[in-house]
Write a protein of this length. Structure first.
Length: 317
């Protein structure tokens, strides 16, 4: 299927789903419009003309969740070009670096990481460290990223055998909190793809969107990523129903061989405060124990009776 056809199909599905939400008497949306879709991140409204980019104007794009540069197992939604591009630069690149580092630390054959190699605190060599198919480590020095003086210094050190040299190896890392915010965004957009526009009107998600938009700020104290023991839940969507201070959505998804558990606030108490409760537990070094209820499969996007399913699931619609 071509990208043009896929975009048109998704537009029809989410435009109709938005109409189902608008039809509910308790929902008022402005401005009024015949058909259109909302970018789930910035909440801007787009009509069908936005399926084609005109000049530098913002438009609708296909976005793969999780990003295709990290995994081949993705779903596709529509987001605006500005939000899609921004996430790629500010979040996805750090998540990709984290995945590369984790693969390298686990000695996955073929994995690699950017490397800074320092010899006797004077010679600094930049390159790439690779895990070979036989499980050995190879360091490739990149001449284009290493100064001629340091390359000469390496030659001099090599001549002496470097037996008494102090060699320091450092992998280039990712920015603090960025991978977790990227995972939060993935969980948020997966939920939108599952439940549609009715999911977005939960007021507690406003702070989640703000954190995604401004990853350099600390807007929510805990980013919802948990590591339950045992790792027993299959990929899917759940409601945490006990303890009450952690009542929320739980999104379980997989990137490569790694499974991630990410909490999103529900429309009832504790709402956005669930992250504060999680931070308290983390600061106290207490294990986060909870009970969950799986959300059953249903035509959330395509049947009007499910327009406000996220509220129905919490018993308040």
């Amino acid at each position: 299927m071509s990208a043009k056809t896929k975009k048109a199909q998704l537009f029809e599905v989410y435009s109709q789903n938005l109409q189902y939400v608008r039809n509910r008497p308790e929902i008022e949306l402005e401005p009024d419009f015949e058909e259109g879709v909302v970018c789930p991140q910035c909440f801007r409204l787009f009509d069908k003309s936005a399926l084609v980019q005109v000049g530098n104007l913002n438009c609708l794009t296909l976005e793969h969740i999780p990003p295709r540069g990290i995994t081949s197992n993705s779903i596709t939604i529509l987001t605006c070009k500005e939000c899609n591009d921004s996430a790629g630069h500010s979040l996805d690149i750090d998540l990709k670096k984290e995945q590369e580092v984790l693969d390298f630390l686990n000695m996955v054959p073929g994995s690699k990481t950017d490397t800074l190699l320092t010899i006797d605190n004077t010679v600094k060599l930049r390159g790439t460290t690779v895990v070979t198919e036989k499980g050995k480590i190879k360091i490739h020095i990149d001449d284009s990223r290493t100064s001629p003086m340091d390359l000469s210094g390496l030659e001099e050190k090599a001549k002496s055998g470097m037996r008494d040299s102090d060699i320091n190896f450092r992998s280039h890392s990712y920015r603090k909190r960025r991978p977790e915010i990227a995972l939060l965004r993935i969980a948020y957009l997966l939920s939108f793809s599952k439940f549609g526009n009715g999911f977005l009107i939960n007021p507690a998600l406003g702070k989640v969107r703000e954190q995604i938009k401004y990853p350099e700020k600390i807007i929510i104290p805990h980013l919802g990523r948990i590591s339950p023991t045992p790792d027993a839940l299959p990929v899917g969507y759940y409601i945490v129903n006990d303890p009450l201070e952690l009542k929320s959505f739980l999104i379980v998804f997989q990137i490569k061989a790694r499974k991630y558990y990410v909490i999103l606030p529900g429309p009832t108490h504790p709402g956005i405060d669930v992250y504060e409760h999680m931070k308290v537990l983390m600061d106290q070094k207490r294990r986060i124990d909870f009970n969950t209820k799986p959300i059953p499969e249903a035509p959330f996007l395509t049947e009007e009776s499910y327009a406000l399913a996220p509220y129905d699931l919490f018993g308040i619609a």
